[in-house]
Design a protein around this ligand. Structure first.
Ligand code: ACO
Length: 446
């Protein structure tokens, strides 16, 4: 019997099975041989929300949730945040190594020269209502872009794939800024290829009448760090969506529209927006204890707290807290920061949060910095999506090149009725009819 195996005894049949253990996992399909009869389908695992299931092998991002460690391709996040740039990190995520000087030059040139979007895409964006949420516009525009680039369907042509990667990383800030300006009724500001990736984004967001927008270097650098921190986070909800949609060999624009939709949710990338709304609702420091009491009573969750993987301080939250001071020196301090710090202090001392290992996550402080930089609250999830583009694409490429991957298609445990005889309208029991009647009534009320 090999040491790297596990022996399972099926008490239903008394049979024993030796299952290989590799990388601390067993293959779920190896359980299929465990049957009670020849026509039995075989044992499956039940794991809604993937609480204990690895969906892939990856070499991109490492997280140790208990120790609060995050690394991209082996480089600790704090070193990257301190020394690198977002575009360099995007290259690292996609290619596995930091670029050499000529590689970085070529990469930057290509990203910079794909920042414009087709004028007809502008018309698509113009069609949105004046108060459309920018994240709704962002994800819809990504889907629309797929129709402008039919070549993107050639996902196994590596040159063509590389072109879509340039396009997506280059165009997401443009789409994001245009969505913002549509909402405030300002003419779109076109990309300025003389600026850095972050500087150009600030230009497209905030340029008014100046001939050339000059980004504040401190804010440009802070945005750069925030982009690095948000670039990837292994198999989170939106990345799982990107891989899952991509596994059907869908083009990357459409796959990314789905990933962005997942990110939009308040339990994921929409949390930073919810944190700001929560802090505003609390209003002042003296109201914090009462708010925490309501959280503990289960009325609602403390937004920006807790994480599926981190059961320790989110390392990204720590770095964000540090750059907040630099930003506030330029913008002036946001009073919501004191409120957030007090909320964190009380929560971290409270038995409820300690027992459940609930710590501030990346979203707890990012919104306060974004607000100080004059980004409106509904742009926060979009600000998350811009840098996450490189992570989604890196994970998508890894999935495409992984021989183990096939179309993602989970199993289910079917607990519903089986093989019933069809009932005509007259034969159906009375309670079914009244349920249908109630539905008609509700419809007519709208
Ligand atoms: N406030 C209060 N209680 C919480 C919170 C919170 N923010 N998060 C978790 N809990 C409690 C749950 O009620 C549960 O308690 P119980 O055991 O008494 O039932 C326990 O902690 C475990 O929570 P789960 O929901 O099982 O944890 P899960 O891993 O499924 O959820 C999640 C993780 C979604 C992030 C959750 O912590 C949450 O809703 N946080 C608030 C939203 C948020 O900040 N999301 C951003 C995440 S980071 C990101 O996506 C970028």
């Amino acid at each position: 019997m090999s040491a790297n195996t596990i022996t399972i005894t099926d008490n239903r049949t008394g049979k024993q099975y030796e299952i290989p253990v590799e990388n601390g996992t067993i293959k779920a399909v190896d359980l299929r041989q465990i049957k009670t009869a020849a026509d039995d389908f075989g044992l499956m695992t039940y794991d809604p929300a993937f609480m204990n299931t690895a969906s892939c092998k990856s070499r991109i991002t490492f997280i140790d949730g208990d120790k609060g460690i995050l690394e991209y391709r082996g480089y600790p996040i704090d070193q990257l945040a301190e020394k690198s740039t977002y575009l360099e990190v995007a290259y690292l995520l996609l290619n596995g190594e930091l670029p050499t000087e000529p590689q970085l030059k070529d990469w930057t040139w290509n990203i910079t020269h794909h920042t414009f979007i087709n004028e007809n895409i502008k018309k698509v964006m113009d069609g949105f209502h004046y108060n459309a949420h920018p994240m709704g516009m962002f994800l819809s525009t990504l889907g629309a872009l797929s129709t402008f680039y039919p070549d993107a369907k050639q996902i196994f042509d590596t040159d063509c794939r590389q072109k879509q990667i340039y396009r997506l990383i280059a165009k997401v800030p443009t789409i994001a800024a245009f969505a913002f300006r549509h909402g405030i009724g300002m003419q779109y500001a076109y990309p300025d290829n003389g600026l850095s990736y972050e500087g150009n984004f600030l230009n497209m967001m905030f340029k008014t009448t100046e001939l050339q927008y000059q980004p504040n270097p401190v804010l440009e650098r802070a945005l750069n760090v925030l982009f690095i921190l948000h670039a990837d986070h292994e198999q989170n909800c939106s990345t799982n969506a990107m891989r899952s949609i991509g596994s059907a060999q869908t083009d990357p624009f459409s796959s990314m529209a789905g990933a962005a939709a997942a990110l939009y949710g308040p339990l994921h990338g929409g949390a930073n927006e919810m944190v700001l709304r929560m802090l505003k609702e609390i209003g002042s420091i003296d109201k914090v204890p009462a708010y925490i009491k309501r959280v503990k009573a289960g009325e609602f969750r403390l937004m920006g707290f807790g994480h599926r993987v981190y059961k320790n301080y989110d390392p990204r939250a720590r770095i964000i807290k540090q750059i907040a001071d630099e930003v506030f020196e330029v913008t002036g301090k946001d009073p919501l920061l004191d409120l957030a710090l007090e909320l964190e202090r009380i929560a971290l001392e409270d038995e409820y949060f300690v027992k459940r290992k609930l710590y501030p996550n990346v979203d707890f402080y990012s919104g306060i910095i974004y607000r100080a930089m004059r980004f409106p609250v509904d742009m926060f999830p979009v600000l998350f999506a811009i840098p996450r583009t490189s992570g989604w694409l890196a994970q998508w490429v890894e999935m495409l090149e992984d021989a183990d991957q096939k179309i993602a298609r989970p199993r289910q445990i079917y607990l519903g009725q089986r093989t019933r005889e069809y009932l005509t309208l007259d034969e159906r029991p009375a309670e079914n009819k009244s349920a249908a009647g109630a539905w008609t009534f509700t419809q007519s009320q709208e």
